[in-house]
Design a binder for this molecule. Structure first.
Ligand code: HOC
Length: 395
């Protein structure tokens, strides 16, 4: 009986974990044929490193600052929705592990645990950022931003690459809606996502063609414009603004021109526009056409970062830090332990590879440590006219 019971427990545990992993199809989903999702990964393979040797790399310091806040590592937990699909504690696990590692956590606008609850459980000195989708009802966004500022969030990450949801067939096919009706945790996640959204149905709809992203995206204002950055800043009581979803040099320059404190080069993990460039490609494009942007705003990257060397490549080309999403969401199936494991693996890989490239601190990572010639062939070749000069000419 003892043996049998053991096997039963193992089998049930496997089944439970496996079925929860299936439910993470939403996290895995990407747009159309998922080409951009795959390019995000392929981009790293096209870039070679040029390590330096015979340098004393006994001690290594991986710390940096992100918008002036100390981070022990050059990455943060990127906003990703609906943590409770993976684990009943959802975003609470992500916030706890971010605190444990001393890295910022950017809570999703569509988190399945309330942002105020997360903030109320934050550790002393923990850095939390808030991801914003602007609501069609702007008054709701204004009220939301006031609450975000009051809760102690340190910056607003305005996501601008999703005026509408991308076409994510994996998400549509996952038939999560049927499962949701059976699983109270998932029901809770769906019900608590974006609680202020006006057009979101209270119950998951039954049409199988609607993925979660479309359901959640109903409230998003597709009329957002550059001039709204000033309004967002005002409404948040002056919090720093980071524009997430920059995919070309022109928009990087415009974000800087309109007073953004930071930009995230991101194609939303390949979930929005199929054909969009990887963050490394956009970074190379900025270096080519708008190099001043790198001095004007903090530049972060996300999309497909899985290894310490991926992070090193972005940092050497000028990024300040990197956002990591899916690895944390997948590992969330195992709660705090899983999330901690991912952060630990990344930390250790970074420490090892920063040494192997011949550096002892992040400031020593520079473009000459990278050969991106192969990837540069993908970079836009002009014609190019600086949009900022055009804006200025009209003044
Ligand atoms: C129009 C906005 O960011 C995701 C989340 C939520 C997207 C909502 C769509 O799934 O990528």
């Amino acid at each position: 009986w003892g043996q049998f019971r053991l096997r039963l427990v193992v089998a049930l545990k496997k089944y439970y974990t496996h079925s929860r992993l299936d439910r993470t199809a939403y996290y895995r989903s990407a747009a159309d044929d998922e080409l951009t999702h795959n390019w995000n990964h392929d981009s790293f393979a096209s870039v070679r490193l040029r390590p330096r040797v015979m340098r004393d790399v006994t001690q290594v310091d991986l710390s940096t600052t992100i918008l002036g806040h100390k981070s022990t590592l050059p990455f943060f937990i990127a906003p990703a929705a609906m943590g409770r699909l993976a684990h009943p504690e959802g975003e609470k696990c992500l916030a706890r592990v971010a605190a444990l590692h001393g890295i910022p956590y950017a809570i999703s606008a569509n988190a399945s645990v309330g942002f105020e609850e997360i903030a109320s459980q934050a550790q002393e000195g923990q850095t939390l950022f808030y991801q914003l989708y602007v609501n069609k009802d702007r008054a709701k966004t204004e009220a939301q931003l006031k609450r975000v500022a009051k809760a102690g969030y340190k910056a607003i990450i305005v996501t601008v690459d999703a005026p509408v949801a991308g076409k994510r067939e994996r998400d549509e096919r996952s038939k999560l809606d049927d499962e949701a009706t059976a699983d109270p945790n998932i029901q809770k996640a769906v019900a608590s996502t974006a609680p202020d959204a006006p057009d979101r149905p209270q119950q998951p709809p039954s049409e199988p063609a609607q993925g979660l992203a479309q359901i959640m995206g109903n409230y998003v204002d597709s009329a957002l414009a550059w001039t709204d950055l000033a309004w967002i800043r005002r409404a948040s009581g002056g919090l720093p603004i980071v524009v997430k979803g920059i995919q070309c040099a022109e928009d990087a320059a415009l974000a800087a021109h309109h007073g953004a404190n930071g930009i995230i080069l991101s194609n939303h993990g390949g979930r929005q526009l199929e054909g969009a460039p990887s963050s490394l490609e956009t970074l190379l494009e900025i270096r080519k056409f708008e190099p001043d942007v790198l001095d004007q705003v903090e530049v972060y990257c996300d999309g497909g970062y899985r290894r310490g060397t991926d992070i090193i490549k972005a940092l050497a080309l000028g990024a300040r830090a990197v956002g990591i999403g899916r690895p944390f969401m997948y590992s969330l199936v195992f709660g705090d332990d899983g999330v901690n494991q991912v952060a630990t693996i990344l930390r250790d890989e970074l420490a090892q590879n920063v040494r192997l490239i011949g550096a002892t601190q992040l400031g020593e990572l520079h473009p000459a440590l990278v050969n991106a010639a192969a990837l540069e062939q993908n970079v836009y070749d002009g014609p190019y006219q600086s949009p900022v000069l055009k804006v200025m000419a009209k003044l």
